[in-house]
Write a protein that binds this ligand. Structure first.
Ligand code: UD1
Length: 347
């Protein structure tokens, strides 16, 4: 059996790591295509190296652009690759422009599409990721849902028959890396700090909102280790906003193991990333999410994750006590990638 995985952005490399391992263990012929959506070394190469992912077989080098230009360039570039390899499955990950482009390119030439992380919904049509995931789910042939909530969304949209709950592959990689970090004596800090990332268009592209977020982080009661995505740096510079101010300590994006160690060493996380909300939850750190909603609703249980729509409310949210209630394991047991391989093989 031949599977083509299409990835392009940072969170997709993380998800690819356990899947590539499971497909290799299952003896599947696995072709990796990198669209080039993320191209900086610290947004791409460090994930392949750090997570021992085989180098991409094909690199399309599409790069940045407006949504239409970027998605269209990927769509055009993927078609000949798919025709050449003629796989049994095109496997797409998450909700980026790379995901949608690959799903569209595949259905147009009648190749079966499997969508990993299917069924997530924010119900916020302002988010590019929401269009990407809804359209991808509706052109896929197999929907690999991470949670029962996601399965419910797909059932509501008439897609129950092609849905399979496999768990969340990010648990697989997060727990493996956590164990390695702890075994090496990492993941601790002598001084308390908050770990933060901000990169979503809804937060970065409006100067007033971005300024309010940076002001709120700068006034936090603890040092804020801000790992700045290139979009954040570019927008802050464009709007004349100084990122390194007050409590904020500005850093570059970090490799995955360093991210896990940084969450473990932190007193809590402030973010708008979906993956980091979940990593905080899995690693027992409270998270405050600068958004109006989250796709990962299970993290909201008992205040482990709190949504803060207005940055002016951040200070209050950070004062809350650390939750004490036990949590269930809504994202699975860390063996989702094996279930993905089995589902693709029709087992
Ligand atoms: C994309 C995904 C988002 C995901 C995020 C993870 C879409 C619509 N969004 O957002 O869901 O959470 O990846 O990081 O696909 N840039 C660089 N170097 C890079 C990559 C980007 O400088 O290696 C800059 C460019 O200015 C670019 C901007 O960041 O225009 C945005 O990058 P893009 O890939 O378009 O979207 P992300 O914001 O990264």
């Amino acid at each position: 059996m031949k599977v083509i995985s299409v990835v392009g952005a940072r969170p997709q490399f993380v998800k690819l790591a356990p899947v590539a391992q499971a497909l290799s263990a299952a003896g599947v012929d696995h072709v990796i295509v990198h669209t080039g959506q993320h191209y900086d070394a610290d947004m791409s190469d460090v994930f392949f190296d750090g997570l021992s992912i085989p180098a991409p077989d094909v690199h399309l080098g599409v790069g940045s652009g407006s949504h239409g230009a970027q998605t269209g360039a990927m769509l055009a570039a993927l078609e000949p690759v798919f025709l050449e390899h003629n796989p049994d499955w095109v496997l797409v990950y998450g909700d980026t422009n790379s995901t949608l482009a690959a799903a569209l390119a595949a259905v147009k030439i009648h190749l079966p599409v499997a969508h990993l992380e299917a069924g997530l919904r924010s119900f916020n049509k302002r988010m590019p990721e929401e269009h990407n995931r809804v359209m991808t789910d509706h052109c896929a042939d197999l929907l690999l849902a991470p949670t029962e909530v996601a399965q419910g969304h797909l059932a509501n949209e008439g897609l129950a028959a092609i849905t399979r709950v496999v768990g969340d592959v990010m648990v697989d990689v997060c727990f493996t890396v956590r164990d390695a970090v702890l075994a090496a004596g990492g993941g601790t800090s002598e001084t308390p700090y908050l770990l933060s990332t901000i990169h979503r268009a809804e937060n970065t592209d409006d100067p007033d909102r971005l300024r309010a977020i940076i002001d709120a982080l700068a006034s936090a009661p603890l040092p804020v280790r801000l790992l700045a995505h290139p979009r954040l740096r570019a927008k802050a510079e464009q709007f004349g906003i100084e990122l390194a101010q007050g409590s904020i300590e500005l850093h570059s994006p970090v490799p995955y193991a360093e991210m896990v160690a940084s969450v473990l060493g932190s007193a809590g996380v402030v973010t708008d990333s979906g993956g980091l909300q979940k990593e905080a939850y899995l690693l027992d750190r409270p998270c405050t999410t600068l958004r109006t909603e989250t796709e990962w609703v299970e993290t909201l249980h008992d205040g482990w994750n709190v949504l803060v729509a207005d940055p002016a409310d951040l200070a209050e949210a950070l004062k809350r006590d650390r939750p004490t209630a036990a949590r269930k394991a809504p994202y699975g047991d860390g063996r989702a990638a094996e279930a993905v391989a089995a589902a693709l093989q029709g087992v």
